[in-house]
Design a protein around this ligand. Structure first.
Ligand SMILES: NC(=O)c1ccc[n+]([C@@H]2O[C@H](COP(=O)([O-])OP(=O)(O)OC[C@H]3O[C@@H](n4cnc5c(N)ncnc54)[C@H](O)[C@@H]3O)[C@@H](O)[C@H]2O)c1
Ligand SMILES: O=C(O)c1ccc(O)c(O)c1
Ligand code: FES
Ligand SMILES: [Fe+2]
Length: 340
């Protein structure tokens, strides 16, 4: 399995992990997630050490999991504490425990050598858990390799062609971008600042801004998993104040977590955090429905592309142009991380 290892990945939304046993494969590794009674998230290898039965198909006994096949019983740290029919528990009876961190309403899991997990290295998405933003979110299964979703999100010119009527307008593909790569921090920045542009329905109906707009798309991609799109929508000509205050603009943090499931499937987590119309339930429903439609338009396109690529002989030569600069920088970073 070729994935960047010794990296943090989003495994679930915090709200998904509770009393139940949640099965999720991350970078080809089957993991079962649950929460102990005192609220701590747990991740264990989802394979019983006895005959590989999935622990996620088993049952809890307090904070322990009792394998549903012959009853091996595991502690939250993966130690087997009881086996059927004998008092002695073999010393090697355990399942691997994953380092799991809950932050910014996300459940992050470390994939790699456990001793190297540093929670301080987890990239931040503070808007998701902030009283100054309201977030709608979802997750769609993608039957395509995660690299295709990285390419897609690093080059938003596709909005003009794939997402007309939602977030796409002619200006997105027509406006030049700037790309910056912070090799030290391992972050790729791509910016597109549209002036006097058409306001797509996704923003016209949610922000209430009428007429032409200035629209900023500032991408900040933290390979491998966290993608942030700082989106600023303002009546055309309105600029942020000198000290950064920007009351006449609307800000949306469009967050994606790109989590590989297998070599050819991906968990596509999507979130829209907004600082406008925060009490308006209808705006929340509208943005959730619209964004899910946008995500499914990408899923359909990338599932098709995955089939094409899977059927291609190795070595197909792609042609890249300026809009691909950010995506190519991201690929180089991911290739270096995978080779480590
Ligand atoms: N931020 C960095 O560390 C960094 C580093 C290198 C390059 N860059 C690039 O340089 C450019 C400037 O980056 P920046 O982050 O300093 O941009 P910035 O501070 O000008 O604003 C960037 C984004 O922040 C949002 N924003 C601005 N004012 C806001 C407000 N009052 N409330 C909420 N959101 C607000 C907007 O959505 C905007 O798209 C961007 O193109 C970025 O991609 C940024
Ligand atoms: O460009 C945008 O504003 C935008 C909004 C929502 C999305 O899901 C997205 O991928 C881009
Ligand atoms: S497979 Fe789990 S106890 Fe036998
Ligand atoms: Fe898209």
């Amino acid at each position: 399995m070729a994935f960047p290892r010794n990296q943090w990945y989003v495994a679930a939304y915090a709200s998904e992990v509770g009393d139940g046993l949640l099965a999720r494969t991350i970078c080809g590794e089957p993991i079962v997630f649950y929460r102990t009674r005192d609220g701590k998230p747990v991740g264990l290898a989802d394979r019983c050490v006895h005959r590989r039965y999935p622990l996620s198909a088993s049952s809890r006994d307090g904070d322990r999991i009792v394998c549903g096949y012959h009853g091996f019983t595991y502690d939250p740290d993966g130690t087997c504490v009881a086996v059927p029919g004998q008092r002695r528990v073999p010393r090697t009876a355990r399942v691997p425990r994953y380092t799991v961190v809950e932050q910014d309403s996300l459940i992050w899991v470390w994939i790699g050598e456990d001793g190297k997990a540093d929670p301080a290295a987890i990239p931040r998405a503070p808007w998701l858990d902030s009283p100054d933003y309201v977030t709608v979110r979802g997750m769609e299964p993608l039957a395509a390799r995660y690299e295709l979703l990285v390419d897609n999100l690093l080059d938003l010119s596709h909005e003009t062609y794939l997402h007309g009527g939602y977030i796409g307008t002619p200006e997105v593909a027509a406006t030049p971008i700037t790309t910056e790569v912070d090799e030290e921090a391992g972050v790729v920045y791509v910016s597109r600042r549209m002036k006097d542009a058409e306001c797509p329905p996704f923003y016209a109906k949610s922000t209430g801004i009428q007429g032409r707009i200035d629209r900023w798309q500032d991408i900040e991609y933290h390979p491998p998993c966290l993608y942030l799109l700082h989106s600023r929508i303002a009546p055309t000509g309105v600029e942020p104040g000198p000290d950064g205050d920007d009351p006449r603009a609307c800000h949306a943090e469009i967050v994606y977590a790109i989590t590989p499931e297998t070599e050819t499937s991906t968990h596509d987590f999507w979130m829209v955090a907004r600082d406008f119309a925060m009490d308006d339930e209808e705006v929340s429903r509208f943005l959730a429905d619209s964004n899910r439609t946008v995500v499914l338009q990408d899923v359909e396109a990338l599932n098709l592309l995955e089939k094409v690529i899977a059927a291609e002989p190795e070595g197909y030569q792609e042609l890249s142009i300026n809009i691909d600069t950010g995506g190519l920088a991201a690929r180089r970073m991911l290739q270096r991380m995978t080779a480590q």
